[in-house]
Structures are given as C-alpha cells and as structure tokens.
Design a binder for this molecule. Sequence first.
Ligand code: HEC
Length: 187
Amino acid sequence: MRRGSWLRFGIAAVATVGLLCWAVAGEPARGDAHMAFGGEGDVAFAEALWSAMNGYENWPMQSGVYPGMSPHGKFLKLYYNLVPVEGETYHLIIKDNFGGADLTKQTVMAAPQKHLQAVTIMLQREPGYDSGNQNWFWAKYAPDGSVATNPQGTALAGRVAKGSGQGCIACHRKAGGGDYVFANDTE
Ligand code: HEC
C-alpha cells in the first residue's frame, strides 16, 4: 500500500471507531436499556399493562381473600389471566395487597377498594428478557395505577431489583420449584 492509502485507511478506521463510540455512548440516553428496572421502557410497559388489566376484579380465575404476610398485605387476593400488552400476550399474576388497622377478612370483602394498599404483579416476558430469573417482569402499583417507586425514586417496574440481595427477585427466588411463584408451592 502506498503512503496515501494508509492515510486514507487510517482516517476511515478512526471515523468508524468514532462512529461506533458515538453509537454506544448514545445508547443509554435513548432507552436506558442498561437499567435493570425503572427505565423508560419498563415504565411504559407497566403503564400499558395497567390499562390491559382494567376490570381484573371480574376475571374468572381468582382466589378468595386470604391472610398474607410481610412484605405483602395483611390480606391478599390473587388473579391470573393471559393479557395482551404492546402486541404480545403474556401470563400474568396479580396480587391485591390489603392493609390497615383492625382489618378482618370480612371488612376487606365488604369494601375491597377501601383497603387496597398496593397491587403487585408478575408477568412472564419473552425469552431473553431476564433469562437467569425465568424472564419475569415485576411491578408494584398504587391503587390508582401509578407505578410505585423505591426510596431512591426509581420506579418499581422491570427486573426489580436485579443484582440486589433484597426485593422482588431476591425473595421470590426462594419459591419452590425455581419458578419464582409461591402460590403454586405445596406446603
Ligand atoms: C421478602 C420476600 C418478598 C419480597 C421482597 C416480595 N415478595 Fe412477592 N411474595 C412473597 C411471598 C412469601 C409470597 C406468597 C405468600 C403471600 O402471598 O404472602 C409472594 C407472592 C407474590 C405474588 C403472587 C404470586 C406468588 O408468587 O405467589 C406476586 C404477584 C408478588 N408476590 C409480587 C411481588 C412483587 C412485584 C415484588 C416486588 C415489588 C415482591 N413480590 C416482593 C414474598 C416476597
């Protein structure tokens, strides 16, 4: 190769590497794809899901009200269905978390909305979403459907809280059978 050719090659190579760096650097700004949870995409998905869940109180597959334990409510109720979100259909488990003073099963059943403190969900995403953790998408909503946040202000939607020793994934990992679901464990 002549000198000039090397030079052109060098410029082209630098330009290419520069473009690649720019593309990589530009990535987080575009969709915070590197955040395990609470990123724009996860929050948008959680909001679309809340709309798709509309009317879940009437779904045929639901449990009765039953006593719960920390960190979920004093009383709980489960629902299951297949739901369409952003063009795909997913398995979804919803848990209503009831709480408050002097709560009994009867007071909850008489006025569920009044005692509802949070709605927590697990939805099984497509393969590759979170391969090490059965691809579950986790979210916690306030009763009005707004996505709850942790003390750091990060939205509780997505792979919550992947890599931490606490939170949805860390605790649900202890469920029997490795499916992260407690409800189907036999005592
Ligand atoms: C410290 C442990 C712990 C943490 C943290 C936790 N869970 Fe759970 N979760 C449980 C247990 C135990 C059950 C089953 C017993 C019950 O219903 O209380 C359960 C039940 C559930 C269920 C019903 C399906 C099942 O597995 O039985 C959903 C949905 C759920 N949790 C969502 C969440 C979400 C979303 C988060 C995070 C925002 C979360 N959980 C955090 C322990 C935990």
